[in-house]
Design a protein around this ligand. Structure first.
Ligand SMILES: Cc1cc2nc3c(=O)[nH]c(=O)nc-3n(C[C@H](O)[C@H](O)[C@H](O)COP(=O)(O)OP(=O)(O)OC[C@H]3O[C@@H](n4cnc5c(N)ncnc54)[C@H](O)[C@@H]3O)c2cc1C
Length: 393
């Protein structure tokens, strides 16, 4: 433990690890760190889960287009399947599988299926006829080819945050809520703590799990990592009686629109629709935009033929994909005493369990044996050696 700095008039406390952000990534890291025997302080500017982690579609997916994303999802899946046993709360996981669709058979979906199979994830390439035979409700769709991965689905993110936050609190983590990190304390090169709106906290390690604000924290630490937040919206359609519960999560890769059943005739619809606009995490509008709502319902009805352009909206919202310029996260020791675990774009929920374990490994061992995370080093932004994942949605 490093000694408390003697700063008169300022509240100071110390712990082994200070985690910035009580989103899914920060909470998962805190959980793994507590299990490894560390004392943990979580500094959160609002309440647990009030960032992007409760704005998701709840998606858990093995069907990615890069090895690193597949492996992170594979290693996290057991936690989702055993969540109730481990955290005492049912996350209501529903397995739908994912069906990626394309109107031209250019080989891209077959490449994805080949990657998944090579990593032990069952995935089939299906023709239009085979899709119609397997799911008769989908026989009016007009796609040349699909790739279907049966493992994956969605869960209730609110249950997940609640289960994790309660477990972490019971496990002894100190929560500093409604407390904003405003500075990073250093001793030479070494990060030694944080300065907040409610005093300073010191620790042997600081974890930047600030989601869409990870870039701000990086700058405070004197780093330049190209984090980018991008606006993403979702809506739930009601009375879409033709969306049965037993169809997969459908992804039209040509038009970047997706739809999944959401229980008794409702459907969740989302997608970039080709507009992947950066947005300001301190000044974005979290409400559903009328323009996007109209456009996505129009495209979903054309693509999947299960809903109408004027299907009524039960609810909708906007959030930010807290990403990087290449959509992959940064997971590394960025400086002595500083771990960065941020920039997960549309995968932060599904990858969080193993990310938490990797953060704990990096702090304890300086490395992880869970998997090769060299693709997630921020140095990739300097040398153009980047992994491309073509299935983000
Ligand atoms: C519409 C939408 C749909 C999505 N769908 C999915 C999906 O289906 N599956 C999936 O896996 N992912 C999905 N995502 C992505 C997912 O939401 C993110 O990857 C994930 O929530 C990132 O978690 P996080 O803990 O890094 O960030 P956050 O949940 O945003 O947590 C960061 C926390 O840090 C706090 N913070 C920030 N700055 C400070 C500061 N200075 N001081 C103190 N606290 C601070 C914030 O208040 C926040 O609580 C979706 C995202 C959106 C917007």
């Amino acid at each position: 433990m490093i000694p408390l700095p003697n700063v008169p008039g300022i509240k100071t406390s110390t712990s082994d690890v200070i985690v910035i952000g009580a989103g899914i990534v920060g909470l998962a890291a805190a959980h793994a760190l507590l299990l490894a025997g560390n004392s943990v302080r979580i500094v959160e500017q609002s309440e647990p889960g009030t960032g992007q982690s409760t704005r998701t579609g709840g998606g858990i997916r093995l069907a990615h287009g890069s090895e690193i994303n597949v492996r992170l999802a594979q290693l996290s899946l057991p936690t989702w399947l055993e969540f109730e046993k481990r955290f005492g709360i049912d996350p209501h996981y529903q397995e739908t599988g994912h069906l990626f669709l394309s109107s031209e058979d250019t080989g891209g979906l077959a490449t994805q299926a080949g990657l998944l199979e090579s990593l032990g994830v069952p995935c089939e390439v299906l023709s239009e006829e085979e899709i119609g035979l397997r799911w008769p409700t989908l026989d009016s769709m007009d796609f040349a080819v699909g790739s279907y991965c049966k493992i994956g689905g969605y869960l209730d993110q609110h249950q997940v945050i609640k289960g994790l936050a309660q477990t972490v609190q019971t496990g002894g983590a100190h929560f500093e809520l409604r407390t904003r990190v405003e500075g990073i304390l250093r001793d030479g090169e070494r990060v030694t703590g944080v300065r907040t709106s409610d005093g300073s906290f010191t620790g042997e390690t600081v974890v930047n799990a600030a989601g869409s604000h990870a870039g701000v924290i990086s700058v405070l630490a004197g780093l330049e990592i190209p984090f980018v937040s991008r606006r993403h919206e979702l809506l739930v359609l009601q009375e879409t009686a033709r969306v049965p519960a037993d169809i997969p999560w459908l992804i039209d890769t040509d038009h970047q629109v997706h739809m999944r059943p959401d229980g008794s005739g409702r459907a969740l619809v989302g997608g970039f629709l080709g507009h992947d606009d950066p947005d300001d995490p301190d000044d974005y509008d979290p409400t559903l935009s009328e323009r996007w709502s109209t456009a996505v319902r129009e495209q979903a009805s054309q693509s999947f033929r299960l809903s109408r352009p004027d299907s009524p909206v039960l609810r909708g919202w906007a959030g930010l994909y807290p990403g990087t310029v290449d959509y992959l996260p940064v997971l590394e020791q960025s400086a002595p005493g500083l771990i960065t675990a941020a920039g997960f774009s549309g995968t932060g929920l599904m990858h969080a369990p193993v990310v938490g374990e990797i953060v704990a490994d990096l702090i304890r061992e300086g490395a992880t044996s869970a998997l090769d995370i060299s693709a997630l080093q921020s140095s990739r932004f300097d040398n153009e050696q980047r992994v491309v994942d073509f299935t983000g949605f």
